[in-house]
Design a binder for this molecule. Structure first.
Ligand SMILES: [Fe+2]
Length: 462
């Protein structure tokens, strides 16, 4: 954290998707309403952002751009991305080293030799930083393409992960991952700042969890998201930022006594990837770190009609983030908030937990129904076998008690299994109902004791 009680301000942009102007991929260079205007009346993404930041009196200390700088690996997007990032830094009065970038799936080429897959991303990286940050040595494997930004003057460090490490031509899915190899390597990198008490931020492209309450159904959550979340909490990361599906999102996870805030911004640039198909607006977010345990995020979205940015308008205008040791964060939160009003971030967490609980109840129901159906089929088969053994001429020499005994044994097995399955189903559903009722009660009025119990059971059950 900056010394003297100063706040740290982060500008989070993601999924810029720069491409050829004629490719209709990017709202600001291919499709914006303002393209119909005379050039002197256009602001473009850069002018528009800088204007809004000034208007809202946001003075970012750091800019973090979480991937998909390009659209579908577009060569034409490279100079646009470099020009935008450099001019943004200049417009904010920041050195380029205060701009953090991460690779996204659209920045990594899927064809050709593995050596060349990061060529466009590396071109952007070199074009942005010049001599200020050395390029990755030739042949650096994907899992060691981890960028570490230390800013002692700001009291913050940012680790830029490569969540595209396993994306390759044969990979059909876009889920991304930060595998154990990359995590091990990041641990080596983090040794440089161990013990300095820096506020630790993780930046990556892909999702660390599945957001609920928004239109898209496929959120491309990282294959190893659970393991990465735990690792981030254990390595004392305070904040994780990502993009990818253009969803504006935040969640506060309590993992083994540590609060990790996870948040995504909407895409700041695209025409089609999300904006039209999934009704997701163009957006960016400002994150203010108020102290080592608390922060806020302000979400802004672009109104094409007025060509101005406005408060995002979904949920609270300002959303609360929690970081660090759970006890300290909870104590601070208890002082700050009246008991009758749970903060927005916590409400979001309740909503996510409720969604998980409801899904778990549905899944229990479905699996019990399947079990019942299987049992019914098994009983029919048992009856058929018993009838066959009684009537088929081949088995006429069997003792007369065998067919009914076989049928009876199968029916007995089924009838013993059914009550046991039902008892187990009922017990699990009762536990889930308890969680459901509890979270609903906490939504209305926070109860720290109950919440602790619920969270403990939630992590055990789900
Ligand atoms: Fe993406």
């Amino acid at each position: 954290m900056p010394s003297g009680g100063q706040k740290l301000v982060l500008l989070h942009l993601t999924d810029l998707h720069f491409g050829a102007p004629e490719s209709a991929g990017h709202y600001w260079n291919s499709e914006a309403t303002e393209l119909r205007l005379a050039e002197h009346n256009r602001r473009g993404l850069l002018g528009s952002l800088l204007r809004d930041l000034r208007k809202e009196r946001f003075e970012p200390d750091l800019v973090i751009v979480t991937g998909d700088l390009l659209d579908r690996g577009s060569d034409a997007g490279v100079p646009l991305a470099i020009a935008f990032l450099r001019a943004l830094a200049e417009g904010l009065g920041l050195p380029v080293t205060r701009v953090v970038i991460t690779p996204g799936n659209h920045d990594v080429l899927r064809a050709g030799e593995p050596e060349g897959r990061y060529a466009l991303y590396d071109a952007i990286r070199s074009g942005l930083y010049g001599d200020a940050r050395p390029p990755f040595p030739p042949g650096t494997p994907p899992h060691r393409r981890v960028d570490h930004f230390e800013h002692d003057d700001l009291g913050v460090e940012v680790v830029s992960f490569n969540s595209c490490e396993e994306l390759e031509p044969s990979a059909k899915q876009e889920h991304g991952s930060v595998g154990v190899g990359q995590r091990d390597y990041a641990e080596e990198v983090l040794r440089a700042t161990e013990g300095r008490g820096l506020f630790r931020v993780a930046a990556m492209h892909h999702h660390l969890e599945s957001p609920v309450g928004v239109v898209r159904g496929d959120y491309s959550v990282m294959d190893d998201a659970g393991a990465v979340r735990r690792w981030l909490a254990h390595r004392r990361f305070h904040l994780a930022l990502h993009g990818h599906q253009h969803v504006d999102w935040d969640d506060v996870r309590e993992i083994d006594g540590w609060f990790l805030s996870i948040t995504a911004a909407g895409s700041a640039g695209v025409a089609h990837y999300g904006r039209k198909d999934w009704h997701l607006p163009i957006g960016y977010q400002i994150i203010v770190i108020d102290g080592p345990t608390s922060g806020r995020r302000m979400r802004r979205e672009y109104d094409p009609q007025t060509m101005e940015w406005v408060a995002a308008g979904r949920g609270e205008a300002v959303q609360t983030l929690r970081f660090g040791p759970a006890e300290e964060a909870e104590a601070e939160a208890a002082i700050e908030r009246p008991r009758s009003a749970p903060p927005a971030a916590q409400k979001t967490r309740f909503a996510v937990h409720l969604e998980h609980v409801e899904r778990a109840i549905q899944s229990q129901r479905a699996s019990f129904r399947v079990h019942l159906a299987c049992l019914g089929v098994a009983m029919l088969i048992a009856t058929a076998i018993a009838l066959y053994l009684s009537l088929a001429p081949d088995f006429q020499e069997l003792p007369s008690w065998v067919p009914p005994a076989v049928g009876f044994a199968l029916l007995l097995a089924g009838s013993v299994s059914l009550p046991r399955q039902f008892a187990s189903y009922k017990e699990t559903v009762d536990k889930l109902r308890f969680l459901q009722d509890g979270y609903q009660r906490c939504m209305a009025q926070p109860d720290d004791e109950l919440l602790r119990l619920l969270d403990e059971r939630f992590h055990r059950l789900i």
